[in-house]
Design a binder for this molecule. Structure first.
Ligand code: SF4
Length: 352
Protein backbone atom coordinates (compact mmCIF):
# COMPACT_ATOMS: atom_id res chain seq x y z
CA UNK A 1 0.00 0.00 0.00
CA UNK A 2 1.33 3.44 -0.93
CA UNK A 3 1.36 5.91 1.95
CA UNK A 4 -0.60 9.09 1.13
CA UNK A 5 1.36 12.17 2.28
CA UNK A 6 -0.34 14.28 4.94
CA UNK A 7 -1.63 17.34 3.02
CA UNK A 8 -1.63 19.64 6.07
CA UNK A 9 2.03 20.77 5.85
CA UNK A 10 1.57 21.60 2.16
CA UNK A 11 -1.67 23.46 2.84
CA UNK A 12 0.05 25.49 5.57
CA UNK A 13 3.05 26.27 3.39
CA UNK A 14 0.89 27.31 0.41
CA UNK A 15 -1.38 29.62 2.42
CA UNK A 16 1.43 31.24 4.43
CA UNK A 17 3.47 31.89 1.26
CA UNK A 18 0.41 33.52 -0.30
CA UNK A 19 -0.15 35.59 2.86
CA UNK A 20 3.46 36.77 2.91
CA UNK A 21 3.07 38.01 -0.65
CA UNK A 22 -0.57 39.17 -0.66
CA UNK A 23 -1.80 39.73 2.92
CA UNK A 24 -3.74 42.92 3.54
CA UNK A 25 -2.09 45.92 5.18
CA UNK A 26 -4.47 46.92 7.94
CA UNK A 27 -4.06 49.57 10.63
CA UNK A 28 -4.22 47.02 13.49
CA UNK A 29 -1.45 44.96 11.94
CA UNK A 30 1.26 47.33 13.09
CA UNK A 31 4.16 45.60 14.80
CA UNK A 32 5.78 42.23 14.28
CA UNK A 33 3.78 39.18 13.28
CA UNK A 34 2.54 37.41 16.43
CA UNK A 35 3.34 40.50 18.51
CA UNK A 36 0.80 43.04 17.26
CA UNK A 37 -0.44 45.85 19.51
CA UNK A 38 -3.13 44.10 21.65
CA UNK A 39 -5.20 47.28 22.06
CA UNK A 40 -5.47 47.85 18.31
CA UNK A 41 -6.23 44.18 17.56
CA UNK A 42 -8.84 43.97 20.31
CA UNK A 43 -10.66 47.15 19.22
CA UNK A 44 -10.59 46.02 15.57
CA UNK A 45 -11.97 42.57 16.32
CA UNK A 46 -14.83 43.98 18.41
CA UNK A 47 -15.63 46.78 15.98
CA UNK A 48 -15.55 44.59 12.87
CA UNK A 49 -17.99 42.01 14.18
CA UNK A 50 -21.03 42.36 11.86
CA UNK A 51 -19.19 44.98 9.74
CA UNK A 52 -17.13 44.50 6.59
CA UNK A 53 -13.53 45.68 6.79
CA UNK A 54 -13.91 48.25 3.98
CA UNK A 55 -16.78 49.95 5.80
CA UNK A 56 -15.34 49.45 9.28
CA UNK A 57 -12.00 51.14 8.51
CA UNK A 58 -13.50 54.61 8.76
CA UNK A 59 -15.09 53.79 12.11
CA UNK A 60 -11.87 52.20 13.34
CA UNK A 61 -9.76 55.26 12.47
CA UNK A 62 -12.30 57.56 14.13
CA UNK A 63 -12.35 55.45 17.30
CA UNK A 64 -8.53 55.22 17.51
CA UNK A 65 -8.26 58.96 16.97
CA UNK A 66 -10.64 59.55 19.90
CA UNK A 67 -9.01 56.89 22.11
CA UNK A 68 -5.46 56.17 20.95
CA UNK A 69 -4.70 53.80 23.83
CA UNK A 70 -6.44 51.79 26.53
CA UNK A 71 -5.78 54.46 29.17
CA UNK A 72 -7.63 57.09 27.12
CA UNK A 73 -10.53 54.69 26.58
CA UNK A 74 -10.80 53.76 30.27
CA UNK A 75 -10.75 57.40 31.40
CA UNK A 76 -13.36 58.64 28.91
CA UNK A 77 -17.01 59.10 29.95
CA UNK A 78 -19.21 56.36 28.54
CA UNK A 79 -21.21 58.91 26.50
CA UNK A 80 -18.00 59.91 24.66
CA UNK A 81 -17.30 56.24 23.89
CA UNK A 82 -20.82 55.75 22.55
CA UNK A 83 -20.47 58.91 20.46
CA UNK A 84 -17.24 57.61 18.88
CA UNK A 85 -19.03 54.32 18.23
CA UNK A 86 -21.92 56.01 16.44
CA UNK A 87 -22.88 54.22 13.21
CA UNK A 88 -21.31 50.89 14.21
CA UNK A 89 -24.54 49.53 15.77
CA UNK A 90 -24.78 47.00 18.62
CA UNK A 91 -23.87 49.57 21.25
CA UNK A 92 -23.49 46.90 23.95
CA UNK A 93 -20.10 46.19 22.34
CA UNK A 94 -18.94 49.76 22.99
CA UNK A 95 -20.11 49.62 26.60
CA UNK A 96 -18.24 46.33 27.10
CA UNK A 97 -15.07 47.76 25.49
CA UNK A 98 -15.24 50.60 27.96
CA UNK A 99 -15.79 48.29 30.94
CA UNK A 100 -12.97 45.98 29.82
CA UNK A 101 -10.60 48.95 29.34
CA UNK A 102 -11.05 49.84 33.02
CA UNK A 103 -10.13 46.26 33.99
CA UNK A 104 -7.06 46.32 31.72
CA UNK A 105 -5.82 49.64 33.12
CA UNK A 106 -5.98 48.13 36.59
CA UNK A 107 -4.67 44.60 35.87
CA UNK A 108 -2.70 44.98 32.63
CA UNK A 109 -3.36 43.33 29.25
CA UNK A 110 -4.15 39.62 29.60
CA UNK A 111 -1.30 37.61 28.11
CA UNK A 112 -3.28 34.54 27.11
CA UNK A 113 -6.56 33.23 25.70
CA UNK A 114 -8.16 32.53 29.10
CA UNK A 115 -7.39 36.03 30.35
CA UNK A 116 -8.98 37.66 27.30
CA UNK A 117 -12.03 35.40 27.51
CA UNK A 118 -12.65 36.63 31.06
CA UNK A 119 -13.03 40.28 29.94
CA UNK A 120 -16.50 41.78 29.34
CA UNK A 121 -17.67 41.38 25.74
CA UNK A 122 -14.85 39.06 24.66
CA UNK A 123 -15.96 35.71 23.20
CA UNK A 124 -13.93 32.74 21.94
CA UNK A 125 -13.29 34.29 18.51
CA UNK A 126 -11.92 37.60 19.81
CA UNK A 127 -9.93 35.89 22.56
CA UNK A 128 -8.30 33.54 20.03
CA UNK A 129 -7.62 36.40 17.62
CA UNK A 130 -5.92 38.66 20.19
CA UNK A 131 -4.04 35.79 21.89
CA UNK A 132 -2.61 34.59 18.56
CA UNK A 133 -2.07 37.91 16.76
CA UNK A 134 -0.67 39.88 19.70
CA UNK A 135 0.90 37.15 21.87
CA UNK A 136 1.72 34.35 19.42
CA UNK A 137 -0.47 31.80 21.26
CA UNK A 138 -1.48 28.75 19.19
CA UNK A 139 -5.26 29.36 19.10
CA UNK A 140 -7.26 28.91 15.91
CA UNK A 141 -9.99 31.46 15.16
CA UNK A 142 -13.41 30.33 14.03
CA UNK A 143 -15.71 32.83 12.33
CA UNK A 144 -17.73 33.11 9.12
CA UNK A 145 -14.66 33.38 6.87
CA UNK A 146 -13.00 30.36 8.47
CA UNK A 147 -16.26 28.38 8.26
CA UNK A 148 -16.61 29.08 4.53
CA UNK A 149 -12.97 28.35 3.63
CA UNK A 150 -12.86 25.08 5.59
CA UNK A 151 -16.29 23.89 4.41
CA UNK A 152 -15.08 24.31 0.83
CA UNK A 153 -11.60 22.94 1.39
CA UNK A 154 -13.04 19.71 2.85
CA UNK A 155 -16.32 19.65 0.89
CA UNK A 156 -18.52 19.73 4.02
CA UNK A 157 -21.98 21.21 3.29
CA UNK A 158 -23.22 21.47 6.89
CA UNK A 159 -20.24 22.04 9.17
CA UNK A 160 -20.99 22.23 12.88
CA UNK A 161 -19.04 24.58 15.14
CA UNK A 162 -17.22 21.59 16.66
CA UNK A 163 -16.28 20.30 13.19
CA UNK A 164 -14.90 23.69 12.13
CA UNK A 165 -12.94 24.16 15.35
CA UNK A 166 -11.42 20.67 15.06
CA UNK A 167 -10.31 21.32 11.44
CA UNK A 168 -9.07 24.82 12.26
CA UNK A 169 -7.05 23.47 15.23
CA UNK A 170 -5.50 20.74 13.08
CA UNK A 171 -4.50 23.18 10.33
CA UNK A 172 -3.17 25.95 12.60
CA UNK A 173 0.53 26.56 12.11
CA UNK A 174 2.27 25.91 15.47
CA UNK A 175 5.17 28.08 14.32
CA UNK A 176 3.19 31.05 12.99
CA UNK A 177 -0.29 30.86 14.59
CA UNK A 178 -0.99 34.61 14.34
CA UNK A 179 0.01 34.76 10.68
CA UNK A 180 -2.00 31.62 9.94
CA UNK A 181 -5.16 33.12 11.45
CA UNK A 182 -4.64 36.37 9.55
CA UNK A 183 -4.04 34.37 6.35
CA UNK A 184 -7.31 32.41 6.65
CA UNK A 185 -9.20 35.65 7.41
CA UNK A 186 -7.65 37.33 4.35
CA UNK A 187 -8.30 34.38 2.05
CA UNK A 188 -11.96 34.29 3.10
CA UNK A 189 -12.35 38.05 2.71
CA UNK A 190 -10.55 38.54 -0.62
CA UNK A 191 -10.37 35.23 -2.57
CA UNK A 192 -12.73 32.60 -1.15
CA UNK A 193 -15.63 35.06 -1.04
CA UNK A 194 -19.24 33.95 -0.50
CA UNK A 195 -20.70 34.42 -3.99
CA UNK A 196 -17.76 34.59 -6.41
CA UNK A 197 -14.66 32.74 -5.17
CA UNK A 198 -11.59 33.42 -7.30
CA UNK A 199 -10.41 29.81 -7.36
CA UNK A 200 -7.92 30.42 -10.19
CA UNK A 201 -5.95 32.70 -7.84
CA UNK A 202 -6.36 30.58 -4.73
CA UNK A 203 -3.27 29.07 -3.07
CA UNK A 204 -5.40 26.15 -1.82
CA UNK A 205 -6.97 25.20 -5.17
CA UNK A 206 -4.90 22.02 -5.49
CA UNK A 207 -6.33 20.76 -2.18
CA UNK A 208 -9.91 22.02 -2.44
CA UNK A 209 -12.67 19.38 -2.46
CA UNK A 210 -15.42 21.86 -3.37
CA UNK A 211 -13.47 23.06 -6.42
CA UNK A 212 -12.73 19.46 -7.45
CA UNK A 213 -16.48 18.77 -7.30
CA UNK A 214 -17.14 21.78 -9.54
CA UNK A 215 -19.52 23.62 -7.17
CA UNK A 216 -17.53 25.76 -4.70
CA UNK A 217 -20.42 28.08 -3.84
CA UNK A 218 -22.60 25.12 -2.77
CA UNK A 219 -20.39 24.95 0.34
CA UNK A 220 -21.38 25.58 3.03
CA UNK A 221 -25.14 25.13 2.46
CA UNK A 222 -27.09 28.28 3.39
CA UNK A 223 -28.24 28.49 7.00
CA UNK A 224 -31.96 28.65 7.58
CA UNK A 225 -32.58 32.22 8.68
CA UNK A 226 -35.09 33.32 11.31
CA UNK A 227 -38.03 35.19 9.81
CA UNK A 228 -37.70 38.98 9.71
CA UNK A 229 -40.46 40.71 11.69
CA UNK A 230 -42.00 43.81 10.12
CA UNK A 231 -42.39 46.57 12.69
CA UNK A 232 -44.40 49.78 12.30
CA UNK A 233 -43.78 52.69 14.67
CA UNK A 234 -44.45 56.42 14.94
CA UNK A 235 -41.98 59.04 16.16
CA UNK A 236 -42.38 62.75 16.82
CA UNK A 237 -39.85 65.38 15.92
CA UNK A 238 -40.15 68.33 18.29
CA UNK A 239 -37.59 71.00 17.53
CA UNK A 240 -35.30 71.81 14.65
CA UNK A 241 -32.11 70.50 13.03
CA UNK A 242 -29.95 71.63 15.93
CA UNK A 243 -32.07 70.84 18.99
CA UNK A 244 -34.81 68.25 19.43
CA UNK A 245 -36.65 66.46 22.20
CA UNK A 246 -34.91 63.14 22.87
CA UNK A 247 -35.59 60.39 25.36
CA UNK A 248 -33.79 57.22 26.37
CA UNK A 249 -35.50 54.19 24.86
CA UNK A 250 -36.32 51.09 26.80
CA UNK A 251 -37.17 47.59 25.59
CA UNK A 252 -35.94 45.57 22.63
CA UNK A 253 -36.28 48.23 19.95
CA UNK A 254 -33.01 50.25 20.16
CA UNK A 255 -33.22 50.07 23.96
CA UNK A 256 -30.59 52.03 25.89
CA UNK A 257 -30.01 54.64 23.16
CA UNK A 258 -31.28 58.20 23.07
CA UNK A 259 -33.71 58.89 20.24
CA UNK A 260 -36.82 60.72 19.08
CA UNK A 261 -39.86 59.81 21.21
CA UNK A 262 -41.23 56.71 19.51
CA UNK A 263 -44.06 54.22 19.92
CA UNK A 264 -44.40 50.84 18.22
CA UNK A 265 -47.84 50.18 16.74
CA UNK A 266 -49.83 47.44 18.41
CA UNK A 267 -51.74 44.82 16.41
CA UNK A 268 -54.54 46.49 14.40
CA UNK A 269 -53.49 49.94 15.68
CA UNK A 270 -53.37 52.76 13.11
CA UNK A 271 -50.57 55.31 12.90
CA UNK A 272 -53.10 57.99 13.90
CA UNK A 273 -54.00 56.12 17.07
CA UNK A 274 -50.36 55.50 17.96
CA UNK A 275 -49.50 59.17 17.28
CA UNK A 276 -52.34 60.30 19.55
CA UNK A 277 -51.17 57.97 22.33
CA UNK A 278 -47.56 59.14 21.97
CA UNK A 279 -48.52 62.83 22.02
CA UNK A 280 -50.77 62.26 25.03
CA UNK A 281 -47.84 60.72 26.93
CA UNK A 282 -45.61 63.68 26.01
CA UNK A 283 -48.35 66.28 26.46
CA UNK A 284 -47.54 67.42 22.90
CA UNK A 285 -49.66 68.67 19.98
CA UNK A 286 -49.33 66.48 16.87
CA UNK A 287 -48.37 68.19 13.62
CA UNK A 288 -47.98 67.11 10.01
CA UNK A 289 -46.42 63.93 8.66
CA UNK A 290 -42.77 64.60 7.66
CA UNK A 291 -42.32 61.23 5.96
CA UNK A 292 -41.40 57.60 6.50
CA UNK A 293 -37.99 56.01 6.96
CA UNK A 294 -37.09 52.34 6.80
CA UNK A 295 -34.37 50.60 8.74
CA UNK A 296 -33.27 46.96 8.76
CA UNK A 297 -31.96 45.21 11.83
CA UNK A 298 -30.95 41.55 12.16
CA UNK A 299 -34.46 40.19 12.75
CA UNK A 300 -36.59 43.27 12.20
CA UNK A 301 -37.45 45.72 9.50
CA UNK A 302 -38.77 48.97 10.93
CA UNK A 303 -40.97 51.45 9.11
CA UNK A 304 -41.00 54.66 11.11
CA UNK A 305 -43.69 57.29 10.44
CA UNK A 306 -42.21 60.60 11.51
CA UNK A 307 -44.48 63.49 12.51
CA UNK A 308 -43.73 67.04 13.56
CA UNK A 309 -45.12 67.98 16.97
CA UNK A 310 -45.07 70.92 19.38
CA UNK A 311 -44.35 70.86 23.09
CA UNK A 312 -42.46 72.71 25.81
CA UNK A 313 -40.32 69.69 26.68
CA UNK A 314 -36.59 70.26 27.11
CA UNK A 315 -34.63 69.95 23.84
CA UNK A 316 -31.16 68.47 23.49
CA UNK A 317 -28.34 69.34 21.11
CA UNK A 318 -28.34 66.86 18.21
CA UNK A 319 -24.61 67.15 17.47
CA UNK A 320 -23.53 65.78 20.85
CA UNK A 321 -26.24 63.12 21.32
CA UNK A 322 -25.59 59.43 20.58
CA UNK A 323 -28.28 58.48 18.07
CA UNK A 324 -29.05 55.35 16.08
CA UNK A 325 -28.96 55.39 12.29
CA UNK A 326 -32.75 55.22 12.33
CA UNK A 327 -32.89 58.55 14.18
CA UNK A 328 -30.38 60.15 11.85
CA UNK A 329 -32.58 59.10 8.91
CA UNK A 330 -35.61 60.62 10.65
CA UNK A 331 -33.76 63.91 11.25
CA UNK A 332 -32.70 63.89 7.61
CA UNK A 333 -36.41 64.19 6.69
CA UNK A 334 -36.51 67.58 8.36
CA UNK A 335 -33.43 68.79 6.49
CA UNK A 336 -34.75 67.50 3.14
CA UNK A 337 -38.08 69.17 3.76
CA UNK A 338 -36.48 72.50 4.62
CA UNK A 339 -34.35 72.34 1.46
CA UNK A 340 -37.54 71.62 -0.51
CA UNK A 341 -39.28 74.66 1.00
CA UNK A 342 -36.23 76.78 0.26
CA UNK A 343 -36.18 75.62 -3.37
CA UNK A 344 -39.93 76.26 -3.72
CA UNK A 345 -39.55 79.75 -2.28
CA UNK A 346 -36.76 80.54 -4.74
CA UNK A 347 -38.89 79.25 -7.64
CA UNK A 348 -41.80 81.42 -6.46
CA UNK A 349 -39.49 84.41 -6.20
CA UNK A 350 -40.39 84.88 -2.55
CA UNK A 351 -37.84 85.39 0.20
CA UNK A 352 -37.25 82.78 2.88
S1 SF4 B 1 -10.21 26.82 -4.44
FE1 SF4 B 1 -11.95 28.19 -4.51
S2 SF4 B 1 -13.50 27.32 -3.16
FE2 SF4 B 1 -11.55 26.29 -2.73
S3 SF4 B 1 -10.70 27.44 -0.99
FE3 SF4 B 1 -9.86 28.34 -2.85
S4 SF4 B 1 -11.25 30.03 -3.42
FE4 SF4 B 1 -12.28 28.73 -1.91
Amino acid sequence: MIAVPDPIPRIRAALLAWFDASGRELPWRLGTEGARDPYRVWVAEILLQQTQVARGLHYYDRFLEAFPDVQALAEAPVEAVLKAWEGCGYYARARNLHRAAKVIVQDGFPGDYGGWLALPGVGPYTAAAVASLAFGEARAVNDGNVRRVLARLYGEARPTDAWIQARADALLSPVRPGAWNEAVMDLGATVCTPKAPRCAECPLSAHCAALAGGTPTAFPAPKVRAAVRMVQAVAVLIGDEREVVLERREGGLLGGLMGLPMLELGPDETTGEALAALCKRLNACPGELLGQVRHSMTHRQITLHVYAAASNLHRQVVATAVLSRLDHKALELLRTRQEGLFATALTDGSSV
